[in-house]
Design a protein around this ligand. Structure first.
Ligand code: F6R
Length: 575
């Protein structure tokens, strides 16, 4: 990029292909140092001017996060003319001011970050020092990729996995300098920082589409393997459950008197399912809370509280802030996470990794089912260490979990019913999802998938709440998905079947997920999606599959970009 003391840059709003066209039309000169960023604008419209990099004279920066005091900093910069409406551009001008005062890029970065409030990963180059890249992070992710004779900086290892699987974790409030001579990491205060290297255990092929039209569809079909990988190696020689990476003593887990699960979006719905299982198996009271609400309501937590956070990416800012708040109150925190080396597991007391492999599609799918597995494992482990279940009861539940990949595969094999339904319902403007007990979070997750991918109104309700209001929404031909509990939970199941009859009597089109031999459910059904026989608490693992497939297919038929739904980002690294 820097050529004879100048910055060369190209930037375009919208798809990467827009930028590729621009570079093809106006090629960039050869260089060995470059920065770039795909950014979903938080300040200003998504336009060319507001996209990254932001260039100020001899300096260019890219920024991930939100600079909360950008207005004040703009005012401090006085006469400077801004080319964009972004918060990020202030960082470029502040960097310029520092390097023009004679500071090197690292010292300039240190001076700039001291002024910033909020969350940021900043990466900067200086055209007059063309062999150096300097980056800093606070409350926003950054990893270094170490290749052979080359280095990378990215929010996530997926960005450089095609070039190297060796990486270095960066801690909070650290600055990293990349030159031909190597990587140098210091703290914001200027002290040398300890770093940790790690090797990524998946490769480029795992991160590519393998013949599927969308990453999301590929990831839905990977669920049998993701679930079985997440279950691998969880038993010791005596057949007891062991969670190797759970660096938390059984004594400590025996003292816990309350569990609070904190997460966002799909991970929050996994947490809602977990509450039913954990309370049933352990009798420990369990609350589930949206991470974005948690610390603002002054939650009652203390050293006897176990906070469980769930995050696929391990970088969700709301969840991270909740962890920090919980730890300030001296609660112990266990993270359930899919991303090795991410900030959330690093800042937690212990971690249970899900082994779903990279999840690229913005809508979480295998993230969800593997989070459920990790929650079940945690619940059973707590029941084991606290003596709440006999060994054979735990073994029976683990054996059932071991059979889940097969049950999920059955749901995947029956995809055509769901795909046909998506074709039929392409013009639906509203879809409802109903469930009770663990079917309720399944309904919420089914609705979320449809909202985010098909951009239509979709809502999940607890079926018992229908009569308290939502039944007024039922109109002729309104598609209503209903998750019916397994036979054997007859009281619960009878109630759900009555709910289906109620909405059908009001003209709704009922799409019912029930066991194949459930004749009563079949009798009130317009379209039946057959579920394999599994126990009630594990049912979300199979019930969610057709709901994921439906959302993916409906969005495809509507012509939407399934992997990159509008307005959404894969990791939400801002609060
Ligand atoms: C929905 C979805 C989001 C995420 C949420 C939390 O399909 O993907 O709702 O579940 O943003 O993300 P993680 O799990 O990375 O913390």
């Amino acid at each position: 990029m820097p050529v004879e003391g100048a910055i060369e840059w190209r930037k375009r709003a919208g798809k990467i292909s827009n930028l590729e066209e621009e570079i093809a039309a106006r090629p960039l000169p050869p260089t060995s140092v470059a920065i770039g960023h795909t950014r979903w604008a938080t300040h200003g419209a998504p336009t060319d001017q507001n996209s990254h990099p932001h260039v100020a004279g001899r300096v260019a920066i890219v920024h991930n996060g939100i600079i909360e005091n950008h207005d004040q900093l703009r005012a401090e910069l006085g006469e400077v003319e801004f080319a964009s409406e972004t918060d990020s551009e202030v960082a470029a001008h502040l960097m310029l001011r520092e390097v023009e005062s004679g500071k090197g890029l690292v010292d300039a970065m240190r001076a700039v970050v001291a002024k910033l409030e909020g969350a940021f990963t900043l990466v900067a180059v200086d055209a007059q020092d063309p062999d150096r890249i300097v980056a800093a992070r606070r409350n926003s992710p950054l990893v270094v990729g170490v290749g052979s004779n080359e280095y990378f900086l990215a929010s996530d290892v997926a960005a450089f996995i095609a070039y190297t699987r060796d990486a270095i974790e960066l801690g909070q409030d650290q600055i990293v300098e990349l030159t031909r001579d190597g990587v140098n990491v210091t703290t914001f205060d200027g002290a040398p920082a300890e770093t940790k290297s790690f090797h990524v255990d998946w490769d480029l092929e795992a991160a590519q589409k393998q013949g599927f039209d969308w990453y999301m569809r590929k990831e839905i079909f990977e669920q049998p393997k993701a679930v079985s990988d997440t279950l691998l190696g969880r038993l010791n020689d005596k057949g007891e459950l062991q969670l190797d990476e759970l660096r938390m003593s059984p004594e400590l887990l025996r003292r816990v008197n309350k569990i609070v699960i904190v997460a966002c979006g799909t991970a929050f719905y996994a947490g809602l399912v977990a509450k039913y299982a954990i309370e049933h198996w352990t009798r420990i009271p369990c609350e589930v809370e949206l991470a974005s609400e948690f610390r603002y309501r002054d939650p009652i937590i203390d050293p006897m509280t176990l906070v469980v956070t769930i995050s696929q990416s391990g970088e969700t800012a709301d969840t991270l802030m909740a962890i920090r708040h919980a730890r300030e109150q001296h609660a112990k925190v266990i993270a359930i996470c899919n991303t090795n080396g991410a900030t959330i597991p690093r800042e937690s007391d212990a971690v249970i990794y899900t082994h779903a492999g990279p999840e690229i599609g913005v809508a979480s799918t295998k993230g969800f089912t593997t989070q459920l597995v990790a929650c079940y494992l945690l619940g059973l482990y707590l029941a084991q260490v606290r003596g709440m279940k006999y060994g054979d009861e735990i073994a029976a539940l683990l054996a059932e979990l071991e059979r889940m990949p097969e049950a999920i595969q059955k749901m995947l094999d029956a995809k055509s019913t769901v795909y046909d339904l998506a074709e039929e319902l392409v013009d639906a403007t509203s879809v409802l999802f109903l469930g009770r007990h663990v079917g309720y979070p399944s309904a919420l997750e089914g609705a979320l998938k449809l909202k985010e991918l098909a951009y239509i109104h979709a809502e999940g309700f607890a079926a018992g709440e229908l009569k308290h209001g939502p039944i007024a929404l039922i109109s002729q031909d309104l598609p209503v998905f209903v998750v019916v509990p397994p036979k054997g939970r007859d009281q619960l199941r009878d109630k759900v079947i009555s709910n289906i009859a109620e909405v059908r009597a009001r003209g709704a089109r009922t799409i019912v997920l029930a066991e194949a031999d459930d004749e009563e459910a079949r009798a009130v059904t317009d379209t039946l999606i057959e579920l394999p026989k599994v126990s009630t608490l594990l049912q979300p693992m199979v019930a969610i599959i057709p709901l994921q497939l439906f959302a993916c297919e409906l969005a495809t038929v509507k012509g939407h970009d399934v992997d990159q739904p509008r307005n959404l980002a894969k990791s939400v690294t801002v609060e």
